[in-house]
Design a protein. Structure first.
Length: 542
């Protein structure tokens, strides 16, 4: 089986914050898991370099959009690498290859009559003397009455056009825009209503509830044709005559990035991209935040249906709810955020990965609290997992001259480990990532209880054979945890493999040979974080 995993494309207009990582991390966990199984995996993403926020920031700084996009793309790539993300390709939408694929899709949709020209009235700022892109228009949502942009309301998730806003204003100068007639091209979503209804119904069992309910809501309201082009200075050119200054709408070209990135990866590596997009023998996951749901469950499927050719529609939608910070909504403008470059400068990436997974907003909003983050590290990573590993290996180093003692593996423990691979694997495949990690840490806590009950320090004096079997069993636990936790805590698991001279990780029970098995030099896996750090971190917010 081939596994395609697409991670959402962050806007390259500012640093990543933990909300981004929280929504994207399941993609890397899935990719690592399936690779451990020996499956063919293609895991792609990239920086969205054409978003209106980039043009806005460029205007504010007096530089080109490309300079802004380049700055943050480089930063994103570095941060994802530090966090252990294993993209097969992390690319960007301002590359010529992406432009060519998107333009080809546009022309196919046009030929198939799923894109058509239409005379429309568009917001025009007489002060700035330009047509205004959707995100350059801000006002009040006509549905919920909350502040909204001209493309979408973040409060009620309604898809909008600028002319629908109440009391619209130009984001650049604050004046009320007028409307002028222009020609734009529209995606004929209404023609695909029936096929999209059937598609969404076919995934009732394997989509998260937020994706299912939001998609059903749009379908019940009736899909409206949506603009496929905009008047913009920055983006993918419309590949038609008499369309100078018009670009392909960013939400259409950005979601097309999954296909363009697949083709780009194949071209670079001399591989075939088609098996990952075929209807037979492949499985696809799309990993993103709640605000991106309709673009992955309706817009992207509409594009793929419109071009024909039996390209595989998104199969598993992994859509997280929101991550809040200290009980309040993240706000980049108010600096109410934890920036990824900053937290990576002071904390271990596995600590970040652990907390964002065990507290993942899979079914409801979750909160990042500095107090909980530091106590979680000290209590679970250090106190449970780190303690299990260190207490056993340190005992072997001290009492058995650093050599794993020969002994009989406890059959109950072995069976539980074998079962843990099965149950954890099933949970990961269902994108129940948080439950999978909880199951492993439940076992870790039982492993510590096993040691406390067996008391190898007492057995060393009273029953040497029993002591050796206890410690040998514990080494097998540690070795298998290095497999089971690799998708979640890859850096720490690499250290364990080095200590125990283990082969490359795989998804299945292993046993460490006790034939003169010498432990490599090691230090504790985790260090305690001083709880005084909590107040220091809180003082930096806002």
């Amino acid at each position: 089986m081939t596994i395609f995993i697409g991670g959402a494309w962050p806007y390259a207009n500012g640093s990543l914050h933990l909300g981004h990582v929280s929504s994207l991390l399941p993609g890397d966990i899935l990719a690592r898991y399936y690779r451990l199984q020996g499956q063919q995996v293609l895991y792609v993403s990239g920086s969205d370099c054409h978003g209106t926020p980039i043009s806005i920031r460029a205007n504010q700084e007096g530089v080109t959009p490309h300079q802004i996009a380049d700055r943050y793309h480089q930063e994103f790539a570095a941060c994802f690498k530090q966090l252990g993300f294993t993209y097969d390709l992390y690319t960007r939408t301002d590359e010529a290859f992406h432009h060519e694929v998107v333009q080809e899709l546009f022309l196919q949709l046009l030929d198939n009559h799923f894109i058509y020209p239409k005379s429309v009235l568009q917001a025009y700022c007489t002060t700035c003397d330009q047509f205004l892109p959707d995100r350059y228009v801000e006002g009040t949502c006509p549905h919920c009455g909350k502040p909204a942009r001209g493309d979408q309301c973040d409060y009620c998730s309604a898809l909008l056009d600028p002319e629908e806003l109440v009391e619209p204003k130009c984001k650049l100068c604050g004046t009320s825009p007028s409307v002028r007639s222009t020609i734009h091209y529209y995606l004929a979503l209404s023609k695909l209503q029936g096929e999209l209804e059937q598609y969404v119904r076919s995934h009732v069992e394997d989509w998260r509830e937020n994706a299912l309910h939001l998609s059903e809501r749009y379908l019940e309201e009736g899909l409206l044709d949506r603009a496929a082009t905009r008047d913009l200075p920055w983006g993918v050119d419309v590949p038609l005559e008499d369309c100078e200054g018009k670009k392909i709408y960013v939400w259409i070209e950005a979601v097309s990035g999954y296909l363009s990135a697949s083709k780009q990866w194949a071209k670079r590596n001399g591989q075939q991209w088609e098996p990952f997009w075929s209807e037979e023998g492949s499985l696809s996951y799309y990993v993103h935040g709640k605000d991106n749901i309709p673009f992955h469950t309706l817009i992207l499927p509409a594009l793929l249906l419109g071009v024909g050719g039996r390209l595989k529609l998104p199969e598993r939608i992994v859509s997280n709810e929101y991550l809040t910070l200290e009980g309040k909504k993240l706000s980049t403008s108010r600096n109410w955020a934890v920036w990824v470059p900053d937290i990576l400068g002071r904390y271990h990436p596995d600590s970040i990965r652990y907390f964002l997974t065990i507290n993942a907003p899979e079914k409801r909003d979750a909160d990042f609290s500095w107090r909980e983050f530091i106590h979680s590290h000290n209590g679970e990573l250090l106190g449970a997992f780190g303690n299990l590993v260190n207490r056993n290996l340190a005992f072997i180093r001290k009492s058995f001259d650093n050599q794993v003692p020969a002994g009989t593996v406890d059959p109950i423990i072995k069976n539980r480990l074998v079962e843990l691979y099965v149950t954890t694997g099933q949970l990961i495949e269902q994108a129940r990532i948080k439950e999978a990690l909880e199951a492993i840490f439940t076992f870790i806590r039982s492993g510590n209880k096993y040691i406390d009950d067996r008391k190898p320090w007492a057995q060393l004096k009273d029953d040497l054979s029993a002591c050796k079997s206890t410690l040998n069993t514990c080494v097998q636990i540690i070795a298998n945890l290095a497999n089971l936790l690799t998708p979640f805590l890859p850096f720490t698991c690499d250290r364990i493999r080095a200590i125990l001279h283990l082969p490359a990780a795989a998804w299945g029970y292993i046993e460490v040979s006790d034939d003169h098995q010498q432990l490599a030099p090691f230090e504790p896996l985790f260090e305690r974080i001083d709880t005084a750090q909590i107040e220091l971190e809180l003082a930096k917010l806002g």
